[in-house]
Design a protein around this ligand. Structure first.
Ligand SMILES: *Cc1c(COP(=O)(O)O)cnc(C)c1O
Length: 228
């Protein structure tokens, strides 16, 4: 169920900063999506391919679907026809696959490169050096059916706020340091960072998209492991 008061508060907080809310509806029923939609929310984030495809099929409304999970190359095909933005692209191989499937659908798919900023080993993504090498290589320019719009990052899962500040700040510097890359399909405008527990910190470092789930829809009751 949507927490309407939180929704309205975060919407006004974000609009002051020019930041977009991605409502993370993973594991939540489509009724929750309809409810948020009725309040004007059109951007929703999911991180399991199969669940996303089922929801996309059963909802007729014009929703912007964001894929925020770890995407496997062999599943790109399933979301290519409709996906609005893929947040967590963490390899060149995956970019190539997205490009191929986008071409097959005659679409241009928007992507964000995931940057590894957390301490934990388990978080996917490029590190600062790999991002720079990829952008320097010019290899993305030939992928005409994708558009790289910015970066995405996840802070460590910790209650130590100082760590979170350091991590978001490092992503912001990588982002700022990459602004000279400007190609027809590489325009780094978006910085997707911040979740329920840390979006306020992310806003201090220039987040343009926060991905908020549990604070909006309540705690998730189960975790699907299939795609992790
Ligand atoms: C689940 C998830 C979120 C939302 O997390 P909450 O803590 O529920 O706000 C954000 N980003 C990613 C990548 C996620 O998997």
């Amino acid at each position: 169920m949507l927490n309407i008061e939180f929704f309205q508060n975060i919407k006004s907080e974000l609009s002051e900063k020019g930041c977009k809310l991605i409502a993370v509806s993973k594991t939540k029923p489509i009724e929750d999506i309809y409810e948020a939609f009725s309040y004007g929310q059109i951007d929703f984030g999911e991180n399991y391919v199969q669940e996303l495809c089922e929801k996309e099929k059963s909802i007729q409304d014009k929703i912007n679907w964001h894929f925020i999970g770890h995407l496997q190359s062999n599943k790109v095909k399933m979301i290519a026809p409709f996906i609005h933005l893929i947040h967590g692209v963490d390899s060149f191989k995956l970019l190539e696959q997205i490009n191929k499937q986008a071409a097959a659908c005659e679409r241009i798919i928007q992507c964000l490169l995931q940057v590894h900023i957390a301490n934990e080993e388990t978080k996917f993504g490029f590190d600062a050096k790999e991002i720079q090498e990829l952008l320097d290589s010019g290899k993305i320019q030939s992928l005409k059916n994708i558009s790289v719009n910015g970066f995405m990052g996840m802070a460590s899962f910790t209650t130590n706020e100082k760590t979170i500040h350091t991590e978001f700040s490092s992503l912001k510097s990588i982002f700022d340091g990459s602004q000279s890359y400007n190609e027809s399909n590489v325009q780094l405008k978006e910085l997707s960072m911040g979740m329920s527990s840390d979006y306020k910190i992310a806003l201090l470092y220039g987040s343009t998209m926060v991905r908020v789930g549990s604070a909006l829809f309540g705690e998730r009751l189960y975790v699907k492991k299939e795609n992790l």
